[in-house]
Design a protein around this ligand. Structure first.
Ligand SMILES: Nc1nc2c(ncn2[C@@H]2O[C@H](COP(=O)(O)OP(=O)(O)O)[C@@H](O)[C@H]2O)c(=O)[nH]1
Ligand SMILES: [Mg+2]
Ligand SMILES: [Zn+2]
Length: 295
């Protein structure tokens, strides 16, 4: 039985990509009765119901690797977090918050530093350094000048990604640079305009040649730390993991505790001080929430 990815869905139609074609599928009644939700991103097996191979029926949904809430997409492999070097100025506190949230979702992460045409090469490298040192892949790009697009394309291949990042950093411009045929709107226009306020809308997966998919809706817009507890926050800062082994107390939160491996690494210049300060800020938010809930 053929298998494929659902790349868009509406009004009971599920469009399954199969080779170079899209098959317009309905869901087998049995699956509907089991109340199994079927999401964009799901890999399904289907049978073709016409001689041209245009229509089909979804017979089964294969087990999911992940299920993301924003956007509601199954089997996302990677978050590409996009920041601009300039206009808007990079917000590293937000970046560190996003990184922690994505780490908590166990996705692969690529950081994409856009608009490098607006700053010197030295300045762009300086912005990237703490994140490279922490173990992240940072790709420097310019959607406008077309720089770095080949590397970004490579980072997207063979997997399903969501773009994340504040408004104005160039998410739509980068998708257009990757696939000019998409002609996504860039600039002031919000992606929300023209959409009913109360209609739930499925995301669409955009095909990025040669073998990638990106959800058309950016993810992780609302960055609450509700599901992260104070004990696990340190693990969501990649470069802390090794340093934590030297903490004297297994309950160390790397804040006020003595003999803390993380703080020692900060003092020794092995962990970026700004990253650490953002960690403390997030930690205090989480501790406050836990206190309010009486834990
Ligand atoms: N100079 C420069 N401007 C860019 C670049 N990428 C995007 N922009 C501009 O930044 C603005 C916001 O881009 P957009 O793609 O709409 O951002 P989004 O909100 O993240 O989707 C637009 O005016 C783009 O033309 C870039 O690489 N260099
Ligand atoms: Mg946009
Ligand atoms: Zn510690």
């Amino acid at each position: 039985m053929p298998k494929g990815h659902i790349i868009k869905a509406y009004a009971g139609h599920y469009f399954v990509s199969h080779g170079d074609s899209l098959v317009d599928c309905r869901i087998r009644g049995r699956l509907r009765k089991e109340d199994k939700d079927v999401l964009v991103g799901d890999i399904v097996s289907f049978t073709v119901t016409d001689s041209d191979g245009e229509y089909g029926v979804i017979e089964d949904v294969l087990p999911r690797k992940t299920r993301l809430l924003r956007p509601l997409v199954a089997n996302v492999d990677q978050a590409v977090i996009i920041m601009a070097c300039h206009e808007p100025p990079p917000d590293f506190e937000l970046l560190d918050r996003m990184l922690a949230t994505v780490e908590a979702n166990s996705l692969d992460i690529t950081i994409c530093l856009n608009k490098i045409d607006l700053v010197s090469r030295y300045a762009a490298d300086k912005l990237a350094k703490p994140y490279r040192d922490a173990g992240y892949e940072v790709i420097k790009v310019s959607a406008r000048a077309g720089w770095g697009i080949t590397r970004l394309r490579k980072a997207l291949s063979d997997r399903l990604s969501v773009f994340a990042g504040p408004s104005g950093v160039g998410k739509s411009a980068l998708l257009n640079a990757l696939e000019p045929g998409l002609r996504l709107q860039t600039g002031e226009v919000s992606a929300r305009t023209g959409r009913g306020r109360h209609t739930t809308r499925h995301s669409i997966l955009l095909r990025i040649e040669p073998s990638g998919y990106v959800a058309d809706t950016p993810g992780f817009s609302k960055l609450d730390l509700d599901t992260i507890d104070s004990r696990s926050l340190g693990y969501l800062f990649r470069e802390f993991r090794k340093a934590m082994e030297a903490c004297k107390f297994t309950t160390c939160l790397h804040h006020k505790e003595p003999h803390c491996g993380v703080k020692e690494a900060v003092e020794a210049g092995q962990i970026d001080e700004f990253r650490y300060n953002h960690y403390v800020k997030l930690l205090l938010e989480i501790v406050e929430r836990e206190r309010r809930r009486g834990r």
